[in-house]
Design a protein around this ligand. Sequence first.
Ligand code: AMP
Length: 133
Amino acid sequence: MASVFTRIINGEIPCYKVAEDDRYFAFLDINPLKEGHTLVVPKYETDYVFDLDNDQLAGLILFSKKIAAAIKAAIPCTRIGVAILGLEVPHAHIHLVPMNSMEDVNFKNPKLKFTSEEFKSTAEKIKDKLISL
Ligand code: AMP
């Protein structure tokens, strides 16, 4: 069965999309640690990120670099934290989390709640920066 992320990529489940190209897809995490917390996912579905071949893995990092730059430009923060967990969704992905301190990337923190309008506005802010970068 397709992963929840493949279903998002295929448009079967809604998401707050930030960007995509032919191989990768970025969208807001629905349970964010911070405003702008984004997931970057390869369209090729595999559970464990280090099972990606070198080309896919390198491409995922390079795509994430562009997204991170846009998030950093859109959301006030000192840097973008990068995490790979994969404990919940068996489809390789990178978490990009705007951070000002180590505590901001503690995945045990309570997740933030945003309205749909707020999620949309955050995604738009990041997309605008992607265009202007
Ligand atoms: P992990 O697999 O441990 O890296 O965590 C998966 C992440 O995916 C969690 O932070 C979830 O909040 C997020 N997530 C799960 N389902 C969705 C969804 N439908 N849309 C956006 N984010 C999701």
